[in-house]
Design a protein around this ligand. Structure first.
Ligand code: HEC
Length: 73
């Protein structure tokens, strides 16, 4: 479900969605928990995060964090 907006490879397909490839795992977990609790507000992500169990959040965070991402000079 995430790939529609964030891409399977973590490079966003929507102009307004952030790239997630190579992002820090703990940052991804925190962001998803914050959308779920409402501490961070965004209409689209609130809908998505409300359907995620803690184990799902850990899994998707590990997935996107594991994608190698290189940044040029
Ligand atoms: C309908 C499009 C859509 C879908 C589906 C979607 N997202 Fe998002 N996501 C967004 C948008 C737009 C934002 C930026 C929201 C904001 O400004 O806070 C975002 C933000 C995020 C962020 C915060 C990134 C950052 O840099 O702070 C994370 C993490 C994230 N999404 C993970 C996911 C995961 C994991 C899924 C699947 C379970 C998912 N998203 C599904 C559109 C989507």
């Amino acid at each position: 479900m995430c790939q529609v907006c964030h891409g399977k490879d973590g490079i966003a397909k929507l102009e307004e969605a952030p790239n997630l490839a190579g992002q820090k795992e703990s940052y991804l977990v925190k962001a998803l928990m914050d959308y779920k609790t409402g501490a961070r507000q965004n209409e689209q992500m609130a809908v998505v995060a409300s359907g995620l169990e803690d184990a799902d959040i850990a899994d998707v965070a590990a997935y996107y964090a594991s994608i190698p991402f290189k940044v040029g000079p």
